[in-house]
Design a protein around this ligand. Structure first.
Ligand SMILES: [Zn+2]
Length: 364
């Protein structure tokens, strides 16, 4: 079973069921107002209310599952996305509006004599407002799916006026800094405005030991041909995302189409596409202790599949500028993270790739 598909289906289905139910509740309440002795209308109020509850519960469970299991995107991506935050705010408004109707209808269920036309009318109005809010949630969700509201996946991005409003414009400021990077003289000041791929986020349980670094140095090789690790400068600590976080990866400038090679023996964990990273490969090394991530790829190697075994040096794709890389400055964004569980492919403690690649180069 494809859990992601099932969760997305249930999440959307709950929206449809919920919209119909809350609309039906409003209509049935109007029926009870017209004729207080219409017990059929009252039964319809309770039935619609029950479906509304089922929809809300399904919505919350599938939503939290998708969010915290990171089945779609990382937690940082969601909380850096304004369309997502809007969607959450609208959802909380729906829940807040529901508190009083829920209590009132529970009292009605216990004792039908407590019904008053005033309360029925108020719940009817609240239900219509909730209908409108559900439709606004769908709009925010559609916006999210179309890439609106993304700030390049900055965790904790305050949403201030300095960051680009939408994904399209996020590409613009990258060009000068990326050109400077090719000349090898990026200062952190230049790259402050540079949107970049969000770092792999630690879960809090990973630690990086000297033995880990030694193992990495024994198993990795450069991902691009013709580039000496000793000639590169680390951009791991550079500020990105308007200074809200650090890069936590290595950018290597290379012409578009340059083959990208798996740095280690291992397997493909995930072929992923994100607004910030474009076409990405998440792989595990053969010890299954490390996650190796390659971003901004122009394309995948033919036949590359999730779960496929990788040999060191095997071509997995080509250098490009997908995601928020500047089209004029194609490069490989390469990250390494110590993982506690490689099935959580987007989680781990970042490790600066450059010293590891340099140590590997010295060993050979
Ligand atoms: Zn990068």
């Amino acid at each position: 079973m494809d859990t992601r598909l099932i969760l997305a289906w249930l999440h959307l289905l709950a929206l449809g069921v919920g919209l119909a139910a809350v609309w039906g509740r409003a209509r049935a309440l109007r029926g009870t107002l017209r004729d207080p002795d219409d017990h059929g209308a009252l039964r319809r109020v309770f039935a619609a209310d029950a479906w509304w509850g089922v929809a809300a519960a399904t919505w919350i469970v599938t939503g939290l599952w998708r969010l915290f299991a990171s089945t779609e995107k990382s937690l940082g991506w969601y909380f850096g996305n304004r369309a997502f935050l809007l969607k959450m705010a609208l959802f909380l408004a729906i829940i807040a509006l529901e508190v009083w109707p829920m209590m009132t209808l529970m009292r009605w269920r216990r004792n039908r004599d407590l019904r008053t036309p005033g309360n029925a009318g108020r719940i009817e109005v609240i239900s219509y407002v909730q209908c409108a809010l559900v439709m606004a949630v769908v709009l925010a969700a559609s916006g999210m799916a179309r890439g609106y509201g993304s700030t390049g996946g900055v965790p904790g991005e305050p949403g201030g006026g300095t960051s680009p409003p939408a994904s399209d414009s996020a590409q613009a400021p990258a060009a000068p800094a990326a050109r400077a990077a090719r000349r090898g003289d990026v200062s952190s000041g230049d790259s402050l405005a540079l949107p970049a791929v969000p770092p792999i986020e630690p879960t809090g349980v990973e630690t990086v030991t000297a033995a880990d670094l030694a193992l990495l140095a024994s198993e990795v090789a450069m991902p691009l041909d013709g580039i000496e690790a000793s000639s590169l400068r680390s951009n791991y600590d550079e500020a990105r995302g308007g200074g809200t976080r650090e890069h936590r990866a290595l950018d290597i400038m290379a012409p578009r189409g340059t083959p990208v090679r798996s740095v280690a023996k291992g397997r493909v964990l995930k072929l992923f596409t994100s607004v910030a990273g474009g076409l990405m490969v998440y792989a595990a090394d053969s010890s299954e202790r490390f996650i190796l991530m390659y971003a901004h790829l122009d394309g995948y190697a033919p036949g590359l599949r999730e779960g496929a075994a990788l040999a060191r040096g095997q071509v997995i794709g080509t250098v490009g500028s997908t995601g928020n890389a500047s089209p004029s400055a194609p490069h490989l964004h390469f990250a390494i993270a110590r993982s506690a569980d490689v099935t959580a492919w987007s989680k781990g403690m970042p490790i600066d790739p450059l010293p590891v690649l340099q140590a590997a180069g010295r060993r050979r």
